[in-house]
Design a protein around this ligand. Sequence first.
Ligand SMILES: Cc1cc2nc3c(=O)[nH]c(=O)nc-3n(C[C@H](O)[C@H](O)[C@H](O)COP(=O)(O)OP(=O)(O)OC[C@H]3O[C@@H](n4cnc5c(N)ncnc54)[C@H](O)[C@@H]3O)c2cc1C
Length: 346
Amino acid sequence: MRYDLIVIGAGAAGLSAAVAGALHGTVALVEAEALGGGYVRRDVPAAFWHRVAGPLYGARCLLDGPMRPGDELTFAALAAQRDAAVRAWRVRAERILAEMGVEILYGRGRVLAPGLVGVDGGAGEILLVGENIIVATGTYCRSGCGGGRMVALEEALALRALPCSAVVAGSDAPARTLALVLAVWGIPVHLVAEGEGVAAVRRLLEGAGVRVHAGAVTGICEDEAGVTVRLADGTCLRADVAVVDVPGVPATAGLGLEELGVAVAPGGTIAVNARMETSVPGVFAAGRAAGAPSTQTAVWEGLVAAYNACGWPLVLRAEAAADMDITPFDAAGFYGIVSVDFGMPS
Ligand SMILES: Cc1cc2nc3c(=O)[nH]c(=O)nc-3n(C[C@H](O)[C@H](O)[C@H](O)COP(=O)(O)OP(=O)(O)OC[C@H]3O[C@@H](n4cnc5c(N)ncnc54)[C@H](O)[C@@H]3O)c2cc1C
């Protein structure tokens, strides 16, 4: 099979690269797990909880006390709605990609040579040939999360049952939303967070019953009955679960990059220039695997990588990209416009 562009990884960066690439030519999108990557594990459920947090808090105020599991509106019912929103997102994503002619291949991809990708979907490796390759494999969680009482933020956003109590450590909006959503059900919730974001909503959080602590977490220790979170000022917080927002590790090992001579930093981040080109011609990288600090930047990087791969020399201004809201499918809005206005790149 021969394509103009092969994209490995269907997270925020890979999706936007595939969509932008499909405006100009044939695209194969290789995904090891499910469409959406961290965007769907984190941003989509966080947006769902963000939408329901206000009405939940309002209901709590009207009831003059915490919601109870026996109330008609249950946490489990909302969790089911959240799961439906995630499923609907993936169905919509598949439909848009299909409409744009992007071929999705499920399996683990690796770069065998410039222009050659192997995909292992479980029944042997198939080979894809492409003019250019974009590596957008994102990050994976460090070990220590994903089991027991220490839960990564994205896992906590996907909880199906309420814990008895929680310490949420994280300064980003999804962590604040989660703390609020848990607290309205009346369970003890501590939020360990710093920065302007938490200062602006501190009174609202405390009004909902969240106990807000500034300062860094210096240690977390798990036992059979619970978890103890130690803060820099010596405070120890005890809870059923600790939710931590740890930065992931670039998922760049085993992709064949080093064998190919693609420059990779010691932490695993792929080195790229402002056109998202790696040190090997024809191999681009985008998103968290290439060091993107946020979803927005990952989306912009995917778009810029695809345009450069297709012959349009765009340069990313990272400082501007960080402030501009964009979703992985925004480039689809150009569908039918770019190719008509500018013609196909040679
Ligand atoms: C721990 C963590 C912290 C985050 N922090 C922030 C934050 O601070 N700010 C913010 O805005 N957003 C944050 N996010 C949210 C968001 O996930 C990322 O910003 C964004 O999704 C990165 O997109 P990506 O495409 O680079 O990577 P990902 O979303 O990780 O997508 C990569 C995709 O590649 C696939 N893949 C990996 N290896 C292979 C392979 N060999 N073959 C085929 N497919 C493969 C994966 O299954 C995945 O679907 C965070 C996410 C996590 C998990």
